[in-house]
Design a binder for this molecule. Structure first.
Ligand SMILES: [Zn+2]
Length: 698
């Protein structure tokens, strides 16, 4: 998947605010796993608790991550096309192989034997794989769009053209999505948000350390090369690249930081079309809205007023030619992946995957095409996937476990010594309202209005994006549909949606090495149970706790409880701020707070739920299996889900932009805060893995 294609939807709004995913939004290219020749061939070879991965030469009380994962590291050197490779990628790869088989068979099947969805996914896969045809066409498929940009006569023409570009997924200037009204979770309105950057996020434009300065130079060089490939003369390409950086820097400086975006109050600025139009004196909003067909719900959210003021000012004082250059760049940039000739594709990989994240080899084409179809038509592909790989028994087992963790959380809330009785009542109410969504949607998405033409890779991508854009905006003014999913069924990930108060676990996740009916409860609760607890805790983290049980952004805490929560959360901010991920780059304790709270709370809830189950089953806590007590198996299974190899470039990017801490700290830092862990391994009080001042919220 291409870096900026839907960065507004995924990183600014959906992933950053609406849905708190367990790992990074799956679209980010550097996180996408790939070629792994030595990897296991079948999920049955992957285990939830795997004693063969343990390195007994490491003291578990000194570095539990190394103790649990060194064997895996030895067996899994980082593949050259990966910036990061871990257990999630291991399963992602197996899933991708399954998806490939589905896609290849639908691409090759007799045309009249396919149903409508199979035609679409099969023909789109065949189009994406036909690199010879794509190379032959060159930039020709983009010419109609490039011509429209060239034909702009004045800034007054911009709204209609920008609308057209947004429809086909180009992230230029700003973005619009449908979203639940913060004040009234029953209705859907439009959210206008900051966007239009080619680098991963705003701080890439403002940081002054030598590495960041160098990265901006490399970015200019990348933009220049893309313009050259598109046919611009050398001097113009160089000038245009400078223009792009200058305009994007202006937009970046007026945008919120990733940390500021975490607080929904910072993004809550309700107005209406007339009110928003008054701010945008240089941009005729009505002309824009008429083209995108966004219904008027009587209210909209200008999520970043400072950004839109700067956008308006920019239109007032920037020559039209520079605006055209900026649009041209974002148009080509959006499609310069699997839809365009190898030269564009290669150059784009070089900057985003190699320079920014350290990958040494580009992923094979079939892998990128498979991910592309999952992104464009995930529920068409997912329907076939679920039939083959997610039996009803698995769904029931997953649901039972989720309910057990929810019951543990209810008891945990009751037992908190810092929370008042009144707030506890509301917290329990919120917990009991959580909807559990497991595996796949009850009602599958209807793709009948999406036209896929075999041999038209770029046109298909434009139409798929326009389909998704229209589908999203059509929700404005209608009641909220809580049955909808933000992730496709094969996805190896999970999320909590604070505005809908539901947890979502796609089918792709419920497999080894995260869950297996062949393992004991200790292993499954330590691993999958902690993930379920993690997602539930998001309803009560620094962000999620600001929403009430119905998903309204409404304070339900007493002042005193809020203060106590913040004091406890501050302990974790400090703990993670102190971690230096790569020389000179520390983790951002505030940015990662929600995820760190969820990791710690989630594991604690899984532990409580498992203890209950163990007690009910009269489990002998001293009886060893494969050399380990049940409690030890629980902690090791937790740690082994995080075994991950990461390149330093990727680690730097992650520390600067990702709300999740790197996997080593998702293991060790979390366990240091849980004295129960130290007891299971008889750790001494002054051992590294035992914190003298453990943080604790839930
Ligand atoms: Zn999370």
């Amino acid at each position: 998947m291409f870096p900026s294609a839907d960065s507004f939807v995924r990183s600014s709004i959906a992933a950053g605010l609406l849905a708190a995913a367990l790992i990074l939004a799956p679209c980010a290219p550097a996180q996408e796993p790939s070629e792994h020749a030595s990897g296991p061939a079948h999920p049955s070879e992957l285990r939830v608790f795997d004693p063969s991965l343990i390195d007994k030469s490491v003291d578990p009380c000194e570095n539990f991550y190394r103790y649990s994962c060194n064997g895996w590291f030895k067996r899994n050197p980082l593949p050259p096309d990966q910036a990061l490779y871990g257990r999630f990628t291991e399963l992602f790869e197996l899933n991708r192989l399954h998806l490939k088989q589905i896609l290849e068979s639908t691409a090759e099947a007799q045309l009249d034997s396919r149903n409508a969805n199979e035609q679409k996914i099969g023909d789109e896969y065949a189009s994406c794989m036909d690199i010879a045809a794509i190379n032959k066409l060159g930039v020709k498929p983009l010419e109609p769009e490039l011509d429209r940009i060239a034909a702009l006569q004045s800034i007054a023409d911009l709204p209609a053209e920008l609308a057209r570009l947004h429809q086909i997924g180009v992230d230029a200037f700003f973005g619009i999505v449908s979203n639940q009204d913060f004040a009234d979770a029953r209705q859907v309105i439009s959210f206008y948000g900051a966007g239009g950057l080619g680098l991963p996020e705003r701080d890439y434009y403002t940081r002054t350390d030598p590495k960041s300065v160098e990265q901006r130079k490399q970015y200019i060089d990348h933009v220049r090369k893309i313009f050259l490939l598109a046919g611009e003369p050398e001097a113009q390409a160089a000038r245009d690249a400078e223009t792009v950086l200058a305009l994007e820097t202006r937009l970046a400086k007026a945008s919120l930081t990733v940390t500021e975006q975490r607080d929904p109050q910072n993004l809550n600025h309700p107005t209406d079309v007339a009110g928003f139009e008054k701010q945008l004196t240089n941009f005729k909003l009505a002309a824009y809205v008429a083209v995108i067909h966004a219904p008027d719900a009587g209210k909209l959210n200008d999520t970043e007023p400072k950004f839109f003021a700067e956008f308006n000012a920019l239109l007032g004082d920037t020559p039209l030619d520079q605006v055209k250059t900026y649009l041209r760049w974002h148009l080509i940039h959006t499609f310069a992946g699997t839809s365009m000739p190898e030269t564009f594709d290669r150059e784009t990989w070089n900057f985003y995957s190699h320079i920014l994240n350290g990958a040494e080899k580009q992923q094979e084409r079939w892998k990128r095409c498979t991910s592309r179809i999952d992104d464009e038509m995930g529920e068409a592909l997912g329907q076939v996937y679920v039939d083959k790989y997610f039996p009803p028994e698995d769904k029931q087992r997953a649901l039972n476990m989720t309910i057990a963790i929810e019951q543990a959380m209810a008891r945990d809330i009751d037992s908190l010594d810092w929370m008042s009785t009144e707030t506890k009542v509301k917290a329990r109410e919120k917990l009991h309202t959580v909807m559990n969504k497991i595996g796949y949607p009850d009602k599958w998405r209807d793709y009948s209005r999406l036209e896929i033409v075999r041999g038209d890779a770029l046109g298909n991508q434009e139409r798929a994006r326009a389909f998704e854009f229209a589908r999203d905006l059509a929700k404005i003014g209608k009641p909220v549909d809580k049955s909808e999913w933000l992730m496709s069924p094969p996805t190896v990930n999970a999320y909590y949606d604070p505005q809908q108060n539901n947890v979502n676990f796609p089918a792709g996740f419920f497999q080894p090495p995260f869950f297996s009916d062949k393992e004991d409860d200790a292993a499954n609760y330590g691993d999958m149970g902690s993930t379920i607890g993690h997602e539930l805790t998001h309803g009560f983290d620094d962000q999620g706790r600001q929403f009430d049980k119905d998903g309204n952004l409404k304070d339900w805490w007493s002042r005193e409880d809020e203060q106590k929560f913040n004091d406890r959360a501050q302990c974790m901010v400090k703990q993670y701020d102190a971690i230096e991920a790569v020389p000179g780059v520390h983790l951002n304790g505030k940015l990662t707070l929600g995820e760190n709270l969820a990791d710690l709370g989630g594991l604690w809830l899984a532990w409580l739920a498992w203890l209950d189950k163990a007690e009910a089953a009269h489990l002998d806590m001293n009886a060893k299996m494969e050399g380990y007590t049940p409690a030890q198996r629980f902690w090791i299974a937790y740690a082994q889900q995080w075994c991950t190899q990461t390149r330093p470039e990727q680690l730097r990017t992650q520390a600067q932009t990702n709300p999740h801490a790197p996997d080593e700290y998702r293991t060790n830092s979390v366990l240091q805060d849980l004295p129960e862990f130290g007891k299971s391994f008889n750790c001494k009080k002054d051992a590294k893995m035992v914190s003298a001042t453990p943080c604790r919220v839930w």
